[in-house]
Write a protein that binds this ligand. Structure first.
Ligand code: 1DF
Ligand code: MN
Length: 350
């Protein structure tokens, strides 16, 4: 088959891409400097940004250029792929790799930069705001500011220095997100140092596998810690077809119940609902990096067509063929419109 070079916009649905990464040139420089300083004790960051931040091979150099462009090149790439609209999020690990004060100020600065891009192209972009989990007590403040600037949700790039949002010290973030009706995109980060070693030695720590394992675990920890019992209206979005969790739902329900009822772990407490119920009521899934019909339809069957939506994961997976593949899925026209457009407009209030 010839390679596709251009896909027209679709008359029946707008294609909204919901996990689209960006980074300012300054942030890219900070990542390169942090890596080069050797001062960071984080093999996952070194693996990821040692590569994307410093290598001049074609993929990392192209990724860097595309991440930093919020105007001509990105819009031309969206046009060529028939993507009407992109929800922009600060690339992983966002501000979460920095110390507390740096994270607070970089979050604010990058939010202002992406807000300006949304203002330049309001018919093409919306944005998620970065917050510093290192300062959970300030989350409500920055979120309030971002909501008033028109941001549509929060980007959180999984763990922060090896800590998970299931820890109650981070729950002011959930409280603010629920109160302000802002969904949280729980995007991957490279695994923390106490998880990464057997992945890294095999070259499997990155997006190929490690990202999904770590982020799936993070989502599951949030569910089992009782976050949705405490914040029942909170909505969390995960990419990559649900970071494997839909496929695990049956077993998660059975084994979670078995462990809880035998008091095996202090940390595993009874929940108001089954693990799978939270997946159906508090979790949205995108197909970022997983434009694969069997997986999309499995997720639609297990968590619902009203909870599965399109994402491209530009610039990490800019593959036009995937748009054609998603267009050609054997689902009804109404379901296709849900997938590409309506789930996104609903959860992000676009
Ligand atoms: C990669 C993939 C990097 C995804 C990402 O952010 C990322 C990659 C640094 O290919 O290394 O967001 N992704 O979501 O699949
Ligand atoms: Mn991504």
């Amino acid at each position: 088959m010839p390679e596709i070079t251009s896909i027209p916009f679709n008359d029946n649905y707008r294609r909204i891409a919901t996990e689209e990464a960006w980074a300012s040139p300054e942030l890219l420089q900070m990542y390169a400097d942090l890596y080069n300083s050797g001062k960071i004790d984080d093999p996952g960051f070194d693996s990821l940004w040692g590569f994307y931040g410093t290598s001049n091979a074609n993929r990392p150099a192209t990724v860097r250029r595309r991440l930093a462009d919020l105007d001509e090149e990105r819009l031309a790439d969206m046009d060529a792929a028939g993507i009407d609209f992109a929800v922009l999020a600060l690339t992983s690990p966002g501000v979460q790799v920095f110390d507390r004060d740096t994270a607070i100020s970089v979050a604010k600065d990058t939010n202002d930069i992406v807000k300006a891009a949304v203002d330049r192209h309001p018919d093409r972009y919306a944005a998620l705001c970065a917050i510093a989990p290192q300062a959970p007590e300030l989350a409500a403040q920055e979120l309030e500011r971002c909501k008033s600037l028109g941001f549509k949700g929060i980007i959180n790039n999984s763990h922060t220095h090896g800590e998970y949002l299931s820890d109650p010290k981070f729950w002011p973030i959930f409280e603010a997100a629920e109160a302000m009706d802002m969904p949280i995109y729980l995007h991957p980060n490279t695994p923390p140092r106490n998880m990464i070693e057997p992945m890294l030695e095999a070259g499997l720590d990155g997006a190929v596998f490690g990202f999904g394992v770590e982020t799936g675990l993070h989502m599951l920890r949030i569910i089992t810690a009782g976050v949705f019992d405490r914040f029942p209206k909170l909505q969390i979005i995960i990419g990559h077809m649900g970071e494997s969790l839909p496929y695990w739902m049956y077993r998660l329900d059975f084994m979670h119940n078995a462990q809880v009822s035998s008091n095996r772990y202090e940390a595993l407490k009874p929940l108001k609902k089954k693990v799978s119920d939270y997946m159906k009521e508090n979790v949205y899934i995108t197909c970022s990096g997983m434009a694969w019909e069997p997986a999309v339809r499995f997720a639609q069957q297990t968590i619902g067509v009203d909870r599965v939506m399109y994402a491209m994961d530009y610039p990490y997976q800019y593959v036009l063929q995937e748009v054609t593949d998603m267009d050609n899925m054997d689902i009804s026209d109404a379901e296709k419109k849900m997938f590409y457009e309506k789930v996104a407009t609903s959860v992000f209030k676009l």
